[in-house]
Design a protein around this ligand. Structure first.
Ligand code: UDP
Length: 330
């Protein structure tokens, strides 16, 4: 089975490419290399450098590689950046996804897996969020993804396509065999920032708000190991391959950690000091985001293997250390 992976040179897409290869699928990467890396695509995997909004190139690629399924990762994904640049996010994540869907329809693609986000929910109560919770994004990032979900649902209904939408909670960690990890140059995500600070790559970090109505005053998130997230995508492909109905599922473990707990775990696992300064709240941040993961567990038979914050931090640390050593050698 030939699978087009948009954003396959990036962090999560790159892990997907490895998993597809390991399982005997034939991945083809489509990536504009804006944040992804050419070196991260294995040599035996075709890489098409292009923009998902380039309809002609996309259609040509889908046909030339006889693509059976699309797994669509390519997106901008930084919440505060989306607050500053909403039009950039709607263009990249929504308008260009429309172009991708149009090419998919023209090429007769019947199977589509889409990376969405828990940011579609907005401010929840302190209870885990089920998929039918109100959809009220707090950021243009969340809205740009929600619009694509809606578009995908309507396109699939009209064109004999089936899909799985995976709403990611907070993805972190790296391939346990250290074949891949998050290499983003200016990382903004909490675990990565805290690990880089512990390793001395940043002098200090900031905690964005300690006055939230949570037990320690900092925001709570459901951190999921990237390998477990990828196994959910593999299960999704298998499910659709067996004729499963279109589905929207949360991808999280069902329990959360506060920003302070994450920082303490990084201190403990790294055994290093880490200066975390208290700063103001960041725009667009919901208070608590934790998944109700019962649907993905039952429908996709998903069984996570790395549900442990210390393991996620340890894998992030190992990858970051390896990257640093590689750079030092260059
Ligand atoms: N956060 C923080 N300092 C940082 C980065 C993140 O305090 O340097 C907080 C952020 O405000 C949020 C949580 O950590 O409450 C997770 O943020 P992240 O950017 O990792 O993911 P998001 O939930 O926004 O997708």
């Amino acid at each position: 089975m030939n699978v087009l992976v948009t954003g396959g040179a990036g962090y999560i897409g790159g892990h997907m490419v490895l998993a597809l290869r390991d399982a005997g699928y034939k991945p083809v990467v489509f990536d504009n290399l804006s944040t992804g890396f050419r070196w991260s695509v294995p040599e035996d995997v075709p890489l098409i450098v292009g923009d998902i909004g380039d309809y002609e190139l996309m259609l040509q690629t889908l046909r030339a590689h006889s693509i059976d399924a699309i797994v669509h990762f390519a997106a901008k994904l930084v919440v505060p950046e989306s607050v500053r640049d909403p039009l950039g996010y709607y263009l990249n994540n929504t308008v260009k996804s429309r172009s991708l869907l149009a090419a998919a329809v023209a090429a007769g693609i019947k199977t589509f897996v889409f990376s969405s986000t828990a940011a579609v929910y907005g401010n929840a109560s302190d209870k885990p969020l089920a998929e039918d919770a109100p959809l009220a994004p707090l950021s243009p990032y969340g809205s740009s993804k929600l619009l694509t979900e809606v578009m995908l649902r309507d396109v699939a209904a009209a064109h004999d396509m089936r899909f799985v939408v995976l709403r990611y909670f907070n993805v972190a960690g790296s391939d346990p065999a250290m074949r891949h990890g998050q290499s983003t140059v200016n990382a903004t995500h909490l675990i990565k920032v805290a690990v880089q600070t512990a390793l001395g790559m940043r002098t200090h970090m900031e905690v964005y708000g300690t006055d939230y109505p949570t037990p320690d005053g900092t925001c709570i998130r459901d951190y999921i190991h990237v390998s477990d997230l990828i196994s959910a995508h593999m299960q999704a492909l298998e499910y659709l391959g067996k004729g499963g109905e279109s589905l929207v599922v949360n991808c999280g473990y069902g329990h959360g950690y506060s920003v302070s707990e994450v920082i303490d775990t990084v201190r403990k696992v790294s055994g290093r000091p880490l200066e975390a300064r208290i700063g103001p709240r960041r725009d667009g941040d919901p208070i608590t985001i934790v998944a109700d993961s019962s649907r993905i567990r039952s429908k996709l038979k998903w069984e996570p293997r790395h549900d442990d914050l210390a393991t996620i931090v340890e894998h992030t640390l190992r990858w970051e250390t390896m990257l640093r050593e590689r750079n030092l050698k260059l």
